[in-house]
Design a protein around this ligand. Structure first.
Ligand SMILES: Nc1ncnc2c1ncn2[C@@H]1O[C@H](COP(=O)(O)OP(=O)(O)OP(=O)(O)O)[C@@H](O)[C@H]1O
Ligand SMILES: [Mg+2]
Length: 249
């Protein structure tokens, strides 16, 4: 579904992405892990077109998307959750979803008019069901919990009907309970929407529990790719990231 071929990106003297080649199977759930500064977010930025590689190619379902604009890449089907729920502080949850849906449908000029189309209403109701957010649909985005804001961010990405959904540290800043709730939401939405899901995560319990494939970056290079048991016993990954005492996981 998504193929990254020999991608390189440097910022001044810093090699953020060093000849990375990676593939993500259609419908799979993969993670990207590695120490701080390993180049994980940079890889996301390259895939979404936010930054352009110095060399290399990114193919989506065989189509070269390397030089497309971020908007074109979104429309091709690569979605990403940003922390955007909180930039809609004066909108309700439902209105924020409607705004995002409307922009996809190309009717953003009607966005703040009091009468929304039936189609837009229906699609937002559907999305609220999908997200299980019906009970907070009329709450202001700024008033809902941090966890709900993160789910709403995913919902805003899903409103664009992506084939590939990318989540950068979806459980960051959450306590243990909220964190596992988020994990089950992610798994549920992944299955329900049939997306190819890629997430960056520092919590190894989560990574090992839900990833079908784990990709490990270090100093911009891919040092390993594999399933949980393969990654857990990979000597280079243990030395570079996991440490010796992670075996208890
Ligand atoms: N826009 C930029 N300008 C200059 N340097 C950058 C830029 N973006 C990233 N870098 C550098 O590239 C390297 C990789 O950064 P990146 O944010 O991709 O790491 P990361 O793996 O996401 O780390 P973290 O786990 O802390 O989020 C770092 O050394 C970072 O300082
Ligand atoms: Mg990062």
């Amino acid at each position: 579904m998504l193929n990254i071929k020999n991608i390189n990106k440097s910022f001044g003297g810093v090699v953020a992405t060093n000849n990375v080649s990676l593939s993500f199977e259609e419908g799979s759930l993969s993670s990207i892990i590695g120490p701080n500064g390993a180049g994980k977010t940079t890889l996301f930025n390259l895939i979404t077109g936010k930054i352009k590689p110095d060399s290399g190619e990114i193919l989506l379902a065989g189509e070269n998307i390397t030089n497309l604009s971020p908007r074109e890449i979104v429309l091709k089907g690569i979605g990403r959750a940003f922390q955007i729920a909180n930039i809609f502080p004066t909108l309700t949850v439902k209105e924020a979803l409607m705004a995002s849906l409307a922009s996809r449908l190309g009717i953003s000029e009607k966005l703040f008019k009091p009468f929304y189309s039936k189609d837009l209403q229906n699609k937002s109701e559907e999305l609220l069901d999908t997200l299980e957010m019906n009970d907070i649909s009329d709450d202001l985005c700024s008033n809902i919990s941090h966890g709900d804001q993160k789910v709403l961010d995913i919902g805003l990405a899903l409103s664009l009907e992506p084939k590939v959904l990318m989540l950068d540290e979806p459980t960051a800043g959450m306590g243990p309970e909220e964190r596992w709730q988020m994990v089950s939401t992610i798994e549920r939405l992944w299955k329900l929407k049939n997306v190819t899901l890629i997430f960056i995560e520092h919590d190894m319990d989560i990574v090992f529990k839900i990833s079908q494939k784990i990709n490990v970056l270090r100093y911009g290079s891919l040092i390993a790719s594999g399933n949980s048991s393969e990654i857990k016993k990979n000597k280079e990954v243990i030395d570079a990231y996991l440490g010796e005492d992670f075996e208890s996981i």
